[in-house]
Ligand binder design. Sequence first.
Ligand code: HEC
Length: 145
Amino acid sequence: MLKFFGFLCVFVVIFSCNSSEKRATIIDGTKTYEVYKGSEMTTLMKAMYAYNLQLKKDIKLGKTPTEFPREFLNIHTAELSDSKSRNETFEQFSGQFIDAEQLVFIEDSQLSVTERYNNAINLCLSCHKTECTGPIPKIKKLLIK
Ligand code: HEC
């Protein structure tokens, strides 16, 4: 059990941007665990990650994605964790990312679905390079090689 929690902590440190500020402490009997507490944006990001992981699998199986998940538009309004602000760079990257992700679902395009999908993932990466570098290795795994 302890090993499991140890693993969880390592996971948090590797994959989030500023983990030290986003933790809550849970006291369970005699032990104290540091537990990760995320913002609305964190929840959305995790959902976008999971969605794109599935999308990658589907594309590799030759399935054509049909419907852009409208929840992604929440990137324009979701609350960020305290230490982050919705600055101009963020707005610019979120707009570019949404445009690219929408293109994945458009049928007749000059680019193959794999290229359009990778373009969208590269925009996840572009934004992350500017302010949230922690999850970059994880996001890179979404790219279709
Ligand atoms: C416009 C900038 C931007 C774009 C585009 C973006 N992210 Fe993020 N991402 C962030 C920010 C900022 C955070 C930190 C959120 C917070 O602290 O509230 C974050 C957090 C994350 C996290 C960490 C969540 C956690 O557990 O702490 C993951 C994973 C992630 N993003 C994956 C992705 C993926 C996958 C995409 C593309 C499908 C993507 N992001 C697109 C800015 C972006």
